[in-house]
Write a protein of this length. Structure first.
Length: 329
């Protein structure tokens, strides 16, 4: 049933995507803000309380509802799976920015592309060179594809196989959103935050994302240039500050043959790479502080889209085969 739930959710999302400013996002912001305001008094142990309530309570509630519904009707359980996957999984939750930036670059409107990137990722892109602009778009799109599609996909399938329905999808989305919200609040809203809460939310999401990140990287290798992807994964994953991001971006860079990582304009993304002081020199096969491959070009934007979609087809086929084997067995 997990195969059909994911398939229907992706099809519905392509036909009727959630708008940019949707009620689900507003509810998540309000919920996480409320839990932080009411249960965080700044003490170290309050971080665990806030995370447990903001992430754990929705997961428990969804699981309880699913188990009750599944006792009465498998069709209603499937509908609940599809509905929650529609809210937690999908390309269209981020791809409108990617598409708009790609269209702006095709029109040679770099100012609009920088404005869209700044709006999407809340960073200063006004002085970003063209190559860096393309690199950031590709990196953020790959990470967004993982967090909005492959990460949710993995945990949904795992817990669905255990009979717990959409528990995994909600757990992954809430953990990812909590980590992102507290980081954004501290960085961009200039608001006081419990450093322990931010560190805990990032650490727990890193644990939850450990296996999905490596499966995403492996999928990119299978559907791209396998040998280069694996070599880049082993050699260059450490260029990024966060290991889960590193394995995804390094593998994707090798699979497509594009140069990622390296230098960035001051104040752009200070935690994206360990090697911002290293420079990318055009025409070099492997500049210091970056992966191998050629510097990003507009054509790589379409290559990345193809890589992601081929990977989706790969994992869907694997889930379909596992479901068929389960039925025949």
């Amino acid at each position: 049933m997990s195969f059909f739930a994911v398939l229907f959710a992706l099809l519905i999302e392509q036909l009727k995507p959630l708008p940019r400013d949707n009620w689900v996002h507003d509810m998540l912001v309000a919920w996480v803000r409320w839990t932080g305001r009411n249960f965080d008094a700044g003490k170290p142990h309050h971080a665990g309380v806030v995370w447990g309530i903001s992430v754990g309570l929705p997961v428990l509630l969804v699981t309880a509802v699913y188990l009750v519904v599944a006792q009465y009707s498998l069709l209603l359980a499937l509908a609940l799976d599809v509905g929650l996957l529609y809210l937690t999984l999908g390309f269209r939750q981020f791809s409108h920015y990617y598409t708009d930036i790609r269209d702006a670059l095709e029109r040679r409107d770099e100012a609009e592309a920088r404005r869209l990137l700044a709006e999407w990722r809340h960073l200063d892109a006004s002085e970003m060179p063209r190559t860096e602009l393309l690199r950031h778009v590709i990196e953020h799109a790959l990470l967004a594809a993982h967090r909005h599609v492959f990460g949710v996909f993995f945990w949904f399938v795992v817990f669905s196989a255990l009979g717990l329905g959409p528990l995994g999808a909600v757990l992954y989305r809430m953990a990812e959103f909590s980590s992102r919200y507290w980081g954004y609040r501290q960085r961009s809203m200039d608001a006081p935050a419990n450093d322990g809460l931010l560190a805990l939310s990032r650490r727990l999401f890193s644990l939850i994302d450990h296996v999905p990140a490596r499966l995403t990287a492996f999928g990119f290798a299978v559907v791209g240039n396998f040998e280069e992807a694996i070599n880049s994964w082993r050699r260059d994953a450490g260029l990024w500050l966060y290991p889960n991001e590193g394995v995804i971006l390094a593998a994707a860079a090798g699979a497509v043959g594009v140069q990622l990582g390296g230098v960035a304009a001051p104040g752009v993304t200070p935690d994206r790479s360990k090697t911002f002081t290293a420079g990318i020199q055009a025409g070099t096969a492997s500049a210091e502080g970056s992966t191998g491959g050629v510097p990003p070009q507009p054509g790589h934007l379409q290559s990345v889209v193809g890589l992601v979609w081929r990977s989706v087809v790969l994992w869907m086929l694997l889930v379909a085969l596992l479901s068929l084997a389960n039925v025949l067995g």
